[in-house]
Design a protein around this ligand. Structure first.
Ligand code: XUL
Ligand code: MN
Length: 344
């Protein structure tokens, strides 16, 4: 039963270990080498930023860029892999220092929209219609720097340009409340779904929910997922974990809060997420201390924990659950859940 889930991750999830306070601690693994690891680790889908697929995309003509993306698709085919989504990387270019779609500079806003159209070209060439928007710098360090109403309107304008550019693409917003910004304009799932309603085609705007991002917003990831599922708008997930309100940690799924992880799996199971064909993406990061030869364990471990929790969810005594709920005895239900997760 449990093999009905399909798993994905991005090349950035195999990482050299640098952080804001220190340099790399592991050698770079070439993209082609990473591709060989996917199946071995139990993964079928590859998540991309546009320049993960075509690193020099800003220097290429549209035709050259599409040619390179098509070659990447061929490599994926050779490994039995598929591209799950492509996301415009709008936070590294000098023109996106103060955001892309919400920059105060019209030339920078135009760059962000043009770049997003190139992302769509790459996605099409790689055989996917799913575009993920992590609105990294669409926010402020100080409130007075931008107009928050206008900023939302500008994000909508950019999304409309994308939706009009290709009639088949679907945009999944990956909400995150902070980092790198003090505050972002689309911090939660509710904001993302509301934003979709302002666009020219709300039916093509959904969400990708990341566990750590929900936790950084002070919210429960499983309830965020339930909210999106109620709208039929959970189109991907970035499962991981987060130990309290600090920098985005991207820890192994379940490593900080196993019960929280159980509840994320539970809501996905209850909503038959696997049947939608959407992937279980794992946006996890190896600890900096990890030696090169074991620097992919966070990925296979997260997958193993997910599948173990699927079994836990499926084997929980539903009769007991019903009885406890009917009797409003949530203490008994809580103990039963904890004992079941602990295997005692
Ligand atoms: C940022 C984050 C990104 C997105 C992809 O916190 O999670 O890696 O998942 O752009
Ligand atoms: Mn993510």
């Amino acid at each position: 039963m449990s093999n009905d889930y399909r798993f994905s991750f991005g090349p950035w999830n195999i990482h050299e270990g640098s952080d804001p306070f220190g340099p790399v601690v592991r050698d770079t693994i070439e993209f082609n080498e990473k591709l060989k690891m996917y199946k071995e680790l139990g993964f079928d889908g590859v998540q991309f930023h546009d320049d993960d697929a075509v690193p020099n995309m800003n220097d290429l003509t549209p035709d050259q860029m599409i040619k390179e993306a098509t070659a990447v698709r061929k490599k994926l085919d050779d490994h039995g892999l598929v591209a799950e989504f492509v996301a415009p990387r709008l936070w590294e270019d000098p023109r996106t220092i103060d955001g892309g779609y919400t920059s105060n500079d019209p030339a920078c806003r135009q760059y962000a929209i043009d770049r997003s159209k190139r992302t769509i070209d790459i996605a099409k060439a790689m055989g996917t219609d799913l575009i993920v928007l992590w609105l990294a710098r669409e926010g402020t360090y100080i409130r007075e720097a931008k107009d928050s109403k206008l900023a939302v309107e500008r994000i909508v304008e950019a999304m409309n340009a994308m939706l009009e550019y290709d009639p088949n693409i679907q945009i999944a917003i990956e909400a995150k409340p902070n980092e790198p910004m003090d505050h972002t304009y689309i911090p939660t799932t509710g904001h993302a779904i509301g934003l979709g309603l302002l666009t020219s085609d709300a039916s093509r705007v959904g969400t990708l929910i990341e566990s750590a991002h929900a936790l950084l917003a002070g919210l429960d990831p499983s309830d965020e997922m339930g909210y999106a599922l109620a709208h039929n708008k959970l189109w991907s997930v970035h499962l991981n974990d987060q130990n309290g309100m600090k920098f985005d940690q991207d820890k192994t799924f379940g490593a900080a809060n196993l019960r929280g992880a159980f509840n994320q799996v539970r809501i996905l199971e209850q909503a038959n997420y696997a049947e939608t064909g959407a992937f279980i993406g794992l946006d996890v990061k190896a600890m900096r201390t990890q030696k090169a030869e074991v620097a992919t364990m966070h990925l296979s471990n997260s997958r193993k924990i997910f599948l173990a929790l699927v079994e836990k969810v499926r084997t929980f005594d539903k009769k007991l659950e019903k009885q406890c709920i009917e009797a409003r005895d949530y203490e008994a239900l809580e103990l039963a859940i904890l004992k079941h997760i602990m295997g005692i």
